[in-house]
Design a protein around this ligand. Structure first.
Ligand code: PHB
Length: 404
């Protein structure tokens, strides 16, 4: 039998001298399953990530080391977790994808995490921000952010730089909302500040009427009002309600993570947004060569009126991470090989220099203080401060589920 195999191999090798030489094998096509919100109220958010991924692929074919990536897309529709989990199951078992990517909402990433472990398929999180998500599977790496990257430094900033002694927190009542509130509260309390109102404001699917929640805050008269809502139309409604209730005139400052001053929503927010302070890692207005190049490429591809936002950057950076994994493994992609390639990976992103922390598999990046200003007849983001190279504070401080 051994001899027969040897002879057969010999004959094949003689006929096809290249076939047994891996260095000159054909370019690989790596299947990547993409799970995003492609329909429903959050479809425009999924589109940002999708277009960010595509733009990186189209503009950096060389980054894949001569190999290609085939995207197999599935619509997770809503934040509930169930549809995303079924999609992931199907992508792993039927499509045989080597990498999973996307994940807009935390519950979708959380529900899918056990399948990444069982199926041994790495998941690259391009948005979902609940801090402890990577602890749910050794095959998760995140290129987006955690709610603590913004919430914790903003809590400190509110106390030390904005002079707030009291604050109210209003948040969408699901994991990243609670996480964002915890992050803000923890940071704020280090400055001696205290949270005097704590208000869950409905689930992520429907934009609620914020009026009764905001009225409660107005009555409590805090110095700062911290709000987290998932990016998209929730954020515009937040700013409109703040303005309608004349809360700025009542001396209450509206602050939050950059999700509430998302580039794609900003122009529709109106004058009520001017003066808002948010903490985040990206705005399309960033005045750096890397970002200017990115925004120009985006406008060329998707139209002069179109703007990328932090979700688009999550897609772009995530695709750069995938390219790096594919190239490093010369197209022969395995789960452990991919995780090893991503460990410590660093990249010049449109947001600035980023890396994946080898211990936590989470993103390390600069976080900036954003101020909404009016410039040349439009609302713009001005960077008024930077916290350099932030590792997820929840894991650094080992708080709650981040300590496990
Ligand atoms: C999340 O579900 O983790 C999430 C969604 C939208 C955001 C931020 C976090 O803007």
């Amino acid at each position: 039998m051994k001899l027969k195999t040897k002879i057969l191999l010999g004959v094949t090798a003689a006929l096809m001298p290249f076939a047994l030489n891996p260095a000159s094998s054909d370019a690989a096509e790596v299947k990547v399953g993409v799970v995003l919100t492609y329909s429903g109220g959050a479809a425009h958010l999924g589109k940002q990530i999708d277009q960010g991924m595509q733009l990186y692929m189209d503009s950096h074919p060389e980054a894949f080391g001569g190999h290609t990536v085939k995207l197999i897309k599935r619509d997770s529709k809503r934040p509930g977790g169930d549809i995303a989990k079924n999609a992931v199951q199907e992508l792993i078992t039927r499509e045989g994808v080597k990498i999973l990517a996307g994940f807009m909402f935390s519950p979708n990433a959380m529900a899918s995490a056990p399948l990444a472990t069982q199926g041994k398929v790495p998941m690259i999180i391009m948005n979902a921000g609940t801090a402890w998500i990577p602890s749910l599977s050794p095959y998760i790496a995140r290129v987006s952010f955690t709610m603590w990257h913004s919430g914790y430094p903003l809590g400190k900033y509110a106390g030390t730089e904005l002079g707030c002694k009291t604050a109210a927190a209003g948040y969408t009542d699901y994991p990243p909302g609670k996480d964002s509130r915890n992050a803000f509260k923890t940071g704020f309390e280090t400055t001696g500040g205290s949270l005097i109102e704590d208000i869950p404001m409905g689930g992520p699917r429907e934009v609620p009427d914020f009026t009764p929640f905001f009225q409660r805050v107005k009555n409590a008269k805090p110095d700062c009002f911290f709000v987290f809502v998932p990016a998209g139309n929730h954020a515009t409604a937040v700013v409109k309600t703040y303005e309608a209730l004349a809360m700025a005139d009542a001396g209450i400052r509206l602050i939050g993570p950059g999700d509430i001053t998302q580039d794609t929503e900003l122009q529709g927010m109106g004058k009520g947004a001017i003066g808002m302070i948010t903490m985040h890692h990206y705005a399309a207005d960033y005045d750096t060569p890397q970002n200017k190049k990115f925004v120009a490429a985006w406008k060329k591809a998707y139209g002069a009126d179109s703007t990328p936002d932090f979700m688009a950057v999550g897609g772009w950076d995530g695709m750069a991470a995938i390219a790096h994994a594919v190239k490093t493994q010369n197209g022969n992609v395995s789960a452990d090989g991919t995780m090893a390639a991503l460990s410590g990976w660093s990249f010049a992103s449109p947001r600035g220099q980023i890396s994946i922390d080898a211990d936590t598999r989470d993103i390390v990046m600069d976080v900036n203080v954003h101020k909404v200003v009016q410039r040349n007849g439009r609302l713009a983001i001005e960077v008024i401060g930077t916290v350099p190279q932030v590792k997820d504070p929840c894991k650094e401080l080992k708080i709650g589920k981040c300590g496990k």
